[in-house]
Design a protein around this ligand. Structure first.
Ligand code: ZN
Length: 691
């Protein structure tokens, strides 16, 4: 038992059910939340770790329409896939719910009703974007346009995914209906709004003053910039038929906005769990001593740091989050992960290619977790971390300990003799690890915590390499007993301390050490490493060696890279959009341009520039200098003798002090590489006109 057990409510962002989940979700939210929850449980705290599928909102109705099925069909399909992925990757939710469920509908409905009755909303008739062709109001995802803040031309009506700003549909410049492509008109409709502006002073006090020290700087900074920009009332209802019906008079044909109902899903999920476990859910959300922690990605910061807390505060019955340790984004091979562009490593596909290797992915994602800035997942790094760390250090150490114990002592932990100085120091270091790792986890620094776990394995690996029991066994059998005993303590510690990070490995290792049923008595499991005299006692029978990790070869990595390359090519083909046609040119305009066939006879990169190359071109009229911006795409020696098309009567101009007398015609291929426009036969003379 923990002497000071605390109650924790841990939430992980509700995944949106319009697609399966990928490594970005796992790295940003679910693995850190799981490490944290498992760690707290091992410390003897009282934990409710809840999540569920977010099943309302416009994208689901759009997807349903596209696939000719009902929205319920869409959410049923993805809820099943997502739930299975979480189970397969060992994410230890106490409850995984769904916002289309009955408990949630009742909870969200009651939440709204109380706020409505307490006069917490303002009511407004506003003009909203309306698609005349579809006879439908257009909010958030039904409309795209240019973001007023960053200029992204494909911002949605609720949020710009490029800069993260949350928007109202009417903020968009050049809005367009995603249903019909029509330019929307404005039409009157009546809605309820949450007056966020009225909570500005409170938010400044609570977050900007109160959480300056303990919230992550990336989270704090975003929140501050929103508050500094000024908050505006935000509609909590909308004209739509998929969602939770507005439960008050005048709400017919309207539903709760998905951003309003979704976070209440954490409460509904806790209720379901408590009912099943025969517990009271209320202390988990209403007791001041409970710590509420939201794990999310950075795109959700505004909802969990501003909007949901304002809802909880306005409602009045609930506690506020203690912390919101949001992560930045994980990229894949240098590019932003994207569900719609299929630029992702899907969890269900990963397991097809790397069966039973969940912990390898968990390990690599934590090692590269985008905790303070965006970070990159690459397959090469995945391979290196598996082969050089999990296999070569952790796996190697465990394998040696278990194999040698079986070989020398038939798997029975030997009785140690007197400890040498090295033994004493090693055991001392070992006992310090739980508190070192705990202190990192408590600060939400999971990379750092996991690096320390690997350091503990390193300690074991180095201990064996230095002591060399396989050599000593021939000369000093007694000493080897002590060495193996110490090494076994390290192995046992690893089996415990790895659990939050590598739950499958921890289980396997405990099985190998025959310690699955260990009873830690009144001490929380996490603490026994530091306090218990022997983690594994002399005379204890361990099991046989199994490989914890196996080497990943180049071929497996090549296969993954090929897969991504194919996706990239497919995207480029699909997304290629021709530029709009330019204004009409008269025949005279065209004939003014003197285009000739020429040959590159000299080429040289212009010093101190990235792009420019100085070319000498035989135009048939003369041999002249042309400066061209092709240096990033070609090497000088590769273009000598190249037939090209030259605009010879372009007014000369100086580029970095070199006069350029003409222009070479270029276009680009689907990967953005420049290519020459040239006659398709070599047998064309320089100076021949093109018309
Ligand atoms: Zn933007």
């Amino acid at each position: 038992m923990n002497k000071n057990p605390q109650r924790f409510t841990i939430t992980a962002a509700l995944p949106y059910t319009n697609g399966p989940i990928h490594i970005g979700h796992l790295a940003g939210v679910y693995v850190p939340a799981d490490i944290y929850s498992r760690f707290l449980r091992m410390q003897g705290h009282d934990v409710a770790f809840v999540c569920g599928s977010d099943e309302h909102g416009v994208p689901i109705t759009i997807k349903a329409k596209k696939e000719g099925v009902s929205p319920q069909d869409v959410v049923d399909k993805y809820n099943a896939i997502i739930k299975k992925s979480f189970e397969e990757f060992g994410v230890s939710f106490d409850n995984y719910s769904r916002t289309s469920g009955k408990t949630h509908h009742e909870t969200a409905s009651a939440f709204f009703k109380k706020m409505f009755e307490d006069g917490k909303f303002i009511e407004e008739t506003t003009k909203q974007l309306y698609d005349e062709e579809a006879s439908q109001f257009l909010a958030d995802r039904f409309v795209t346009g240019t973001c007023p803040k960053c200029g992204n031309e494909e911002a949605y009506g609720d949020q710009c995914e490029s800069c993260g700003t949350s928007l109202n549909a009417t903020d968009l410049i050049n809005p367009k209906s995603t249903l019909t492509g029509a330019v929307p008109t404005l039409k009157e409709t009546r809605h309820w709004f949450l007056p966020l502006d009225q909570y500005e002073d409170w938010l400044k006090e609570w977050i900007l003053k109160g959480h300056k020290a303990d919230w992550k700087s990336n989270v704090y900074g975003q929140v501050k910039s929103w508050i500094d920009d000024g908050l505006r009332p935000r509609a909590v209802t909308r004209d739509l038929d998929w969602g939770i019906p507005v439960p008050v008079e005048g709400g017919e044909g309207k539903v709760l906005y998905v951003w309003f109902d979704a976070p209440i899903g954490y409460i509904s999920s806790t209720k379901e769990w408590a009912a099943r476990e025969g517990k009271d859910w209320e202390p988990y959300w209403k007791d001041e001593n409970t710590k509420l922690i939201h794990f999310i990605g950075k795109d959700n910061i505004v909802f969990h740091c501003i909007i949901f807390p304002v809802m909880l505060k306005a409602h009045g019955d609930y506690i506020l989050p203690e912390n919101v340790p949001a992560n930045e984004f994980l990229n894949l091979e240098g590019k932003k992960l994207s569900t719609s562009k299929n630029w992702a490593v899907w969890l269900h596909e990963y397991l097809e290619d790397f069966p039973d290797q969940q912990d390898v992915l968990r390990y690599v994602l934590t090692a590269n977790a985008p905790e303070t800035k965006d970070n990159d997942f690459t397959w090469k790094d995945f391979q290196a971390r598996n082969n050089n760390e999990l296999v070569a250090i952790f796996g190697n150490f465990i394998n040696r300990v278990v194999v040698l114990t079986n070989k020398y002592y038939n798997g029975v932990v030997p009785q140690p003799g007197e400890y040498s100085e090295v033994d004493k120091k090693t055991i001392e270091e070992l006992k310090a690890y739980p508190s070192v790792i705990a202190s990192s986890i408590e600060k939400y620094r999971f990379r750092e915590a996991q690096a320390e776990l690997m350091n503990l394995a390193r300690l074991g690996n180095k201990y064996l390499a230095d002591e060399e029991p396989w050599k000593l066994i021939k000369t000093d059998e007694e000493r080897v007993k002590t060495i193996m005993y110490v090494a076994l303590q390290l192995a046992s510690a690893l089996s415990i301390i790895s659990e939050p990070f590598l739950p499958f490995t921890s289980e396997k290792l405990k099985r190998m050490l025959n310690q699955t049923e260990e009873d830690s008595g009144n001490t929380p499991e996490w603490d026994i490493i530091g306090t218990k005299e022997a983690l594994i006692s002399a005379g204890h029978q361990i099991g046989k060696a199994e490989l914890l990790f196996s080497k990943i070869d180049d071929e497996q990595i090549e296969k993954q890279l090929e897969k991504l390359k194919a996706t990239k090519t497919a995207n480029e083909m699909e997304n290629h959009q021709a530029e709009p046609q330019k204004d009409t040119a008269t025949f005279e305009d065209f004939t003014k341009m003197d285009l000739r066939v020429g040959t590159i006879i000299e080429a040289q990169k212009m010093p101190k520039t990235k792009k420019l190359m100085v070319l000498k071109v035989d135009t048939g009229l003369d041999k002249r200098t042309v400066v061209s911006g092709i240096a990033e795409h070609f090497k000088a020696e590769d273009i000598l003798g190249k037939k090209v098309t030259v605009l010879v009567n372009l007014a000369p101009r100086k580029l970095r002090g070199v006069e350029s007398e003409g222009m070479i015609l270029m276009t680009e291929n689907s990967e953005g590489k420049l290519v020459f426009v040239n006659p398709d036969e070599t047998n064309v003379n320089n100076g021949t006109t093109i018309n």
